[in-house]
Design a protein around this ligand. Structure first.
Ligand SMILES: [Zn+2]
Length: 307
């Protein structure tokens, strides 16, 4: 079987590995390959769009509080650069945890989420916000392609795309669409799994972060920097800081059957294991080898990179 061409740039690719299928059953026909030109990793064949939807991870009270603290820490680098009242778009808002942190920090938030179940959870979450924070938050069931309609002429000061790029068919197009919703110089916070993390190297084909049934793209710091730059963003910072690392990635690599997305009945076990992995993830993160890359970039409208 010849190695496929990169769906992003059309260049030849090198075979990287055949990921372990957590869900089981499927033949090992899925390959991850790296483009020889743009350096982006991709899943071949690509996951279909319905499978790319986030699976429902059942939450508990303790986990919700832990997740909220992790998200607050992850949004810190953005909030610190924005004035109260700044307009922030959260693209792929999921269950709304980031939007909540931003609204409670005084930002105006437009949160868009294409998945019906996640959007319902975000609505439920919103009802627990203070009336002031609720008034600052607008939640719309929409994908990135709908963003121009949602914005309706409004211009945002910042955007958030956490764990979105690895799912979308067209990363460059999605980034340009988000850039088009920003003022020139507006900030973008991006998070993706880090394919060159210590845990990806340690677990190899069993690394949870490959998620071949849901992730089309596999990035490292260099390729994320390149994709952001090619779409008109001037990268200010890329690292594995931000958030608490990716403890769930380590936990579900160790025990795939405890992943709540694979086996909801063992969700309690999986979450406990993930909590136990927080110190490991935090150490890898602090050393720059964490499972999650976080980038902060400015929209330069593709012409003159701003610093
Ligand atoms: Zn490529």
């Amino acid at each position: 079987m010849p190695d496929p061409t990169c769906p992003r740039c059309g260049a030849a690719s090198n075979y990287l590995l055949s990921p372990f299928d957590r869900a089981g059953g499927a033949p090992p026909s899925i390959r991850l390959c790296l483009s020889r030109v743009c350096g982006v990793g991709f899943t071949e064949p690509p996951p279909d769009d319905t499978a790319a939807a986030p699976a429902l991870a059942p939450g508990g009270e303790v986990e919700d509080r832990l997740a909220a603290r992790m998200v607050a820490s992850g949004m810190g680098h953005l909030v610190g650069d924005l004035a109260p009242g700044a307009l922030v778009v959260d693209v792929g808002a999921g269950s709304g945890l980031r939007a909540r942190v931003l609204a409670e920090a005084g930002m105006q938030v437009i949160a868009i989420e294409p998945d019906a179940v996640e959007e319902m959870r975000a609505h439920a979450m919103m009802s627990s916000l203070s009336p002031e924070a609720q008034r600052r938050m607008e939640l719309v069931r929409a994908g990135v392609d709908d963003l121009p309609d949602v914005m309706a002429g409004r211009v945002a000061d910042a955007a958030v795309m956490w764990h979105v790029l690895e799912h979308v068919p067209d990363m460059d197009g999605a980034l340009r669409t988000v850039g088009g919703a920003l003022r020139v110089g507006g900030l973008l916070s991006v998070a993706v799994p880090n394919r060159r993390s210590a845990e990806a190297l340690a677990f190899g084909r069993r690394w949870h972060g490959w998620e071949p049934s849901r992730h089309r793209w596999h990035l490292d710091g260099d390729s994320l920097r390149m994709v952001l730059g090619a779409s008109g963003f001037a990268v200010r910072d890329i690292g594995t800081r931000g958030g608490w690392g990716y403890p769930a990635g380590i936990a579900y690599s160790l025990a795939p059957g405890a992943d709540p997305q694979v086996n909801p009945k063992r969700g309690v076990v999986g979450r406990a294991l993930a909590a136990a992995m927080i110190p490991v993830a935090a150490t890898a993160r602090a050393l720059g080898h964490g499972g999650q890359l976080v980038a902060l970039a400015r929209w330069s409208s593709g012409y003159s990179p701003l610093r």
